[in-house]
Design a protein around this ligand. Sequence first.
Ligand code: ATP
Length: 212
Amino acid sequence: MSNEPMKIPQATAKRLPLYYRFLKNLNTSGKQRVSSAELSEAVKVDSATIRRDFSYFGALGKKGYGYNVQYLLTFFRKTLDQDELTYVTLIGVGNLGTAFLHYNFMKNNNTKIVMAFDIDESKIGTEIGGVPVYHLDDIEEHLPEDVTVAILTVPAPVAQPIADRLVEKGVKGILNFTPARINVPETIRIHHIDLAVELQSLVYFLKHYPTE
Ligand code: ATP
């Protein structure tokens, strides 16, 4: 296995955490190999896609043997930077934000929410899920430089100005849970997750594309 970071297509990269989680469980249960059919069933990705994805990382499954779990895990760990802890901040400790602070992200990957910000005085100075909550006004002063990712769970109208401040502070990636479309410089990666839209889309698909 080469030590060079490999360029893999974005669609493949997005599936890596899914594969990684499943393989980790397999490894824990003592399984040493897995077939693309088994993987396909577990992660709900068709096996042709899995085989193509895996060929990017030099894992060529052998007929009648499948893939070596340990090899794949080592590759994923390196590619997903699992050996490195990524520090995350959360802005907006409302219902959704509070749930995230209680959720143990460390369970499945090496990310850790270390600090939260809000403007609600009743929340400032408290700890939620072990994470201290500061006033947004203190973000410039308090946000450590090694925090490279932010989760936005604030009301939509304030998302853009907060994102601007985060970028100014050196944050490189934003997970935006607000419905606001945020503009950031090209060097910043932003992923939008609108839970209401996702739910609506599921209901639409159920209605119009019923499963057999
Ligand atoms: P959710 O949308 O997560 O269910 P909610 O309905 O409890 O939350 P929202 O009004 O959406 O509340 O606000 C989410 C959180 O964002 C609240 O804790 C609120 O105090 C906080 N908030 C509002 N404006 C700002 C701001 N400018 N900066 C930081 N936090 C803010």
